[in-house]
Design a protein around this ligand. Structure first.
Ligand code: COA
Length: 218
């Protein structure tokens, strides 16, 4: 990504048309059918959040092999071309099951900057009013507020599109960059969950934070 001063004000935010699907989804855990929102396209004029595309695959491979992405997320290690191909190919199917993956791209160039996913993993799941957020940025896109913008857009969309009461953020203890992003968006730090996450076969201590609609800072 070209260098960003990052100082552009967050004005002119255009929310996506987050129209609910008429077709309720039967949920694998047997809970009440939940209307999955239609695929959204989000932008604040600086970043765009859209579906991942085959043309993103090379950039995904490069970013996913970044040591911090490998360390702090659950992407396969090493991450190959076939992993990216499968990931992009599954995007539509995943959306239909409540795994809402957004490619983050530069609004001017459409260059891939990162990924942000809202997942149906929390206790009770989407039907129970809770989701979990995850994200990464390519190293060259960091330090300019891109993820703060993207996370804001995704969380605003999620609260508008679904009857969510909470979005959870989990990170390995020590992931201060991720925590700073989450807190800028409004997530409230809730503590350390001892051995709270399974990371590459090992139980590790994890931080947890939560966002309610009223916590959103913009
Ligand atoms: C976590 C991660 C996405 C954070 O990236 P980031 O670049 O720090 O986050 P942002 O894009 O929001 O940028 C924030 C930085 O830009 C600066 N910035 C500049 N303009 C800004 C603006 N308009 N708004 C917000 N921040 C701005 C901030 O001061 C901050 O810099 P600092 O850390 O030096 O204080 C990135 O480190 C990453 O991908 N890590 C590896 C994967 C990972 O850990 N994922 C999360 C798992 S829980």
């Amino acid at each position: 990504m070209a260098s960003r001063s990052g100082a552009a004000p967050q004005t002119g935010v255009t929310r996506a048309l987050a129209v609910r699907s008429d077709v309720p989804m039967d949920r694998p855990d047997g809970s009440a059918p939940f209307p999955i929102p239609t695929r959204a396209h989000l932008s604040d004029g600086v970043v765009v959040l859209r579906a991942p595309r085959p043309s993103d695959e090379a950039a995904i491979v490069a970013a996913a092999n970044d040591p911090d992405v490998a360390r702090f997320t659950m992407v396969p290690v090493p991450y190959g071309v076939s992993d990216a191909h499968e990931f992009v190919g599954r995007a539509a199917e995943n959306w239909a099951t409540g795994q809402f993956i957004f490619a983050i791209a530069d609004a001017a160039t459409d260059e891939l900057l990162g990924m942000c996913g809202l997942h149906d993993r929390e206790t009770g799941g989407l039907a129970g009013g809770a989701a979990e957020i995850g994200y990464w940025l390519a190293p060259a896109a960091r330090g300019a507020g891109v993820m703060t913008r993207a996370l804001t857009l995704v969380c605003q969309w999620a609260f508008d599109a679904m009857p969510l009461e909470r979005i959870s953020w989990w990170a390995l203890v020590g992931n201060t960059s991720s925590r700073a992003v989450a807190e800028r968006v409004g997530f409230q730090f809730e503590g350390t969950v001892r051995r709270g996450k399974l990371q590459r076969g090992q139980r590790v201590d994890a931080w947890i934070a939560g966002l309610l609609r009223e916590d959103l800072t913009s």
